[in-house]
Design a protein around this ligand. Structure first.
Ligand code: GAP
Length: 451
């Protein structure tokens, strides 16, 4: 097995197999913006579904919300984003490029890419200036100061401003959580590394409201929960770690932040952040909106809950899953590329293949099995080309199992099932395929690439 996975290999496979395309390609592309093809959409749906299941459906203490993307501009004043959601930028008057002042070591000089900005005599750098990462827009017909609004840079604020609604209607008491999945937008200055840092991404955030004296306990609890979620869906232990931020690194609202990091091909980087936001957000919105955001118990007890927040994007999970799954191996004389994805994350759960695409009898049996399975599972029918080529295509998109209808099927109504990882084949009756698949999906899965 070969673990020499690079971001270029992931980008190339994603494009070749229709997971992810560079956006607006026919107009020359739009840097660091991507469109998702069929398999990308199926995989994103799986990531979203697994997260929602773990965070909402399987629990009694968390409810869902779906807030607007464009919120009242005061939300972002209260949250601190208007004043503080900035990166320090430096311009070079010579080459006209713009750099993050805190990332000069990672940037290349516009004239001499082997050097960092500021390292050649021609470099003429400005002093750092603060640049706000929020995308601005205007609302309504007039484009003046009063119509300015922002595309949300995080989904979290849409949760805080609905705290009172949810508390009343869902009749919850801390500890309880509100979860949201939706697009966020950031005018990143140094986007890149495929989907890792993009300007438009889908966040999955959950704000867990707790009594202040329980905040530390729940902070640790959510770090463990989220780490275990990644393990459950097959990310290898050796590629995951938790890194606690030092006080100087934390965001303005944070009383404690830990990143779950994954070892991407670009090195250890943030996959998900878990923060103890204290009472910062509810207190700020109480002050700016004059609506009291606090918990009042039946016995008159009242307090502003602290908030523990696990926050991640589908994009960072998708890159981690693809990187972790990517494998190349030689089987017999042939090399194959295979995505060893967890079966519940793979875009297609099973392929249904007639051995001979030109055999009407095999096609009829395979299609009938396909029609039966597609009502419950993401399955794909394919009768196009040599069987070996069809298997390799399914390997590359990470399909864990292939059911093949062959000569023997016509005689005894059995099919073979081929396992993507071990390549083992076994025979089972067509009538038992549905049940076999349900069981196989419920079995735990560990990456054959090891720990
Ligand atoms: N509400 C807290 C918050 O937004 P963050 O650390 O800025 O915190 C949370 O973002 C998560 O969102 C990150 O851990 C990462 O998974 C994802 N994320 C942030 N910026 C991103 C970007 N430009 N592209 C893709 N994902 C991003």
């Amino acid at each position: 097995m070969n673990d020499a996975v690079t971001m270029d290999k992931i980008v190339s496979l994603s494009r070749r197999r229709g997971f992810v395309f560079p956006s607006s390609e026919i107009y020359g592309g739009m840097g660091s913006t991507f469109d998702y093809g069929h398999y990308g959409v199926l995989m994103k749906n799986n990531i979203r579904e697994r997260w929602f299941e773990a965070m909402v459906r399987n629990r009694d203490d968390i409810v869902a919300i779906d807030s607007a993307v464009i919120l009242h501009p005061k939300v972002w004043e209260a949250s601190g984003h208007v004043a503080g959601f900035t990166d320090p930028l430096i311009d070079c008057r010579t080459c006209k490029l713009r750099f993050r002042a805190d990332k000069l070591e990672d940037s290349s000089c516009g004239r001499k890419p082997s050097k960092h900005p500021g390292e050649t005599p021609e470099c003429d750098l400005t002093e750092p200036r603060r640049f706000n990462l929020m995308f601005e827009t205007t609302v309504g017909a007039l484009q003046d100061e009063g119509s300015r609004a922002y595309l949300r840079p995080e989904t979290a604020q849409g949760i805080f401003i609905n705290f009172k609604n949810v508390l009343q209607i869902a009749r919850r008491k801390p500890p309880f959580g509100i979860a949201q999945i939706g697009k966020s937008f950031r005018n990143e200055i140094t986007p890149g590394n495929f989907l890792f840092r993009v300007r438009e991404f889908e966040q999955m955030e959950m704000e867990y409201f707790v009594p202040p004296d329980e905040a530390d306990k729940w902070y640790r609890y959510w770090i463990d929960e989220r780490l275990n979620w990644y393990r459950r869906y097959g990310l290898r232990d050796s590629k995951l770690r938790v890194r606690e931020h030092g006080p100087e690194e934390r965001s303005h609202y944070s009383r404690g932040t830990s990143d779950i990091e994954y070892e991407y091909p670009i090195g250890w980087s943030e996959l998900e952040g878990i923060a103890n936001r204290g009472d910062f957000d509810l207190t700020q919105h109480t002050e700016y909106s004059s609506t009291k955001l606090e918990y009042v118990g039946q016995d008159g007890e009242r307090y502003v809950p602290y908030v523990i927040e696990p926050a991640v994007s589908i994009e960072r999970i998708m890159v981690a899953l693809l990187v972790d799954a990517y494998d190349e191996e030689v089987v017999g004389e042939r090399e194959r590329t295979v995505l060893r994805l967890h079966p519940k994350m793979a875009p297609v759960t099973a392929a249904i293949l007639p051995l001979i695409g030109k055999s009407d009898d095999m096609v009829a049996k395979a299609r009938s099995l396909y029609e039966d399975l597609r009502r419950r599972h993401s399955v794909e029918y394919d009768d196009n080309g040599a069987i070996g080529r069809r298997y390799r295509r399914q390997d590359e998109i990470g399909t864990p199992w292939a059911f093949t209808v062959d000569e023997q099927t016509l005689a005894d109504d059995t099919v073979t099932v081929r396992d993507r990882d071990s390549l083992a084949q076994e025979r089972l009756s067509i009538a038992g395929v549905g049940g076999w698949l349900e069981d196989a999906l419920e079995r735990g899965w560990k990456s054959p690439k090891g720990n």
